[in-house]
Design a protein around this ligand. Sequence first.
Ligand SMILES: *Cc1c(COP(=O)(O)O)cnc(C)c1O
Length: 383
Amino acid sequence: MSTISRMQQELQLLEAHSNLRRLPEMTHSGRDVTVNGRRMLNLSSNDYLGLASDRKLREEFLRTLTPDTFLPTSSSSRLLTGNFTVYEELETELSHLFGTEAALIFNSGYHANTGILPAVSDTHTLILADKLVHASLIDGIRLSAAKCIRYRHNDLAQLERLLKEHHAAYRQIIIVTESIFSMDGDQADLQALAALKHRYGNVLLYVDEAHAFGVRGRHGLGCAEELGCIRDIDFLVGTFGKAAASVGAYIVCKRVIREYLVNRMRTLIFTTGLPPVNIAWTLFVVRRLADMQERREHLTHISRTLREILLAKGYACPSTSHIVPMIVGASADAVLHAEALQRHGFYALPVRPPTVPEGTSRIRFSLTAEIRKEEIEELGNKL
Ligand SMILES: *Cc1c(COP(=O)(O)O)cnc(C)c1O
């Protein structure tokens, strides 16, 4: 069979199982999206603090720009001529905020997660990764020379056994987890992970805070801030594309780790740095994160309301955060539920295999601070 007809056949199979993906055509207006001529409240956005739809904030930022400072490209890798002072300003700001020795910026969370693990691992490394970590972390593990074992989601007893069994056989072990998980919206017990790590001299901890940066902690620095364990995490990674309403990612870490990554991390070395104007916008937002406590509290409040509604309707709801899945099971049911909600003006999307395990297809609500309590209650009436 030719390549093209094999591709067609595979796509038809996906379609038959309600698992075919398409790039949705849509236009945006603040909190709303318009799809197929229907304007709906966006319940699938990662704009957790509502900063991306905050026009005032953009106006304020635009006033700081001139044709000399509006730099839409860095024209080079940061290791060659693409390193602008605004990069170092942002890194200094982040290391101050987190109280770490250093910080380093990457083009995206995907670049961070596919670059850091291959850089710091060798064949004497064992990676112990939570079963539900993000695809970018899985790809980073695949690109590394390390051996990897996935432990059951948040099963720290199993992780403890694996550490006991293997720590003597490897030069280093890296535990890899998210803080808030993308699909279930539940959390890793970072304090318990830190305690486990400290039992051994050769165990390091890698935490991806993509969904928590901006959202958790008194200054919006994430779950590690909230739980007082920033210092226990060797590779503390977060992204700017979600709550920070920008693009890119960071690691906050020891100085030596930063220097090592600058020398060894391929997704930092072999790519054009982000445009300085994007870094300037990120810095502009990051400096304001501490003042966003009201938005964080509102988001916490409406998220709890939605979780309570789902529990009252008999859905199992693993979430402890603003990412709230309604797990319905079959992909076709998830699609039908999503379509019904969309008819009522709520833009909610189905999530299906392979993103989630077979039989756990769901509507994934991803709430933002711009959504009102009444809208959540109205949504509850339609579920
Ligand atoms: C979104 C996300 C990423 C990817 O970050 P990008 O900046 O969008 O590439 C990585 N990890 C997790 C857990 C995410 O949710």
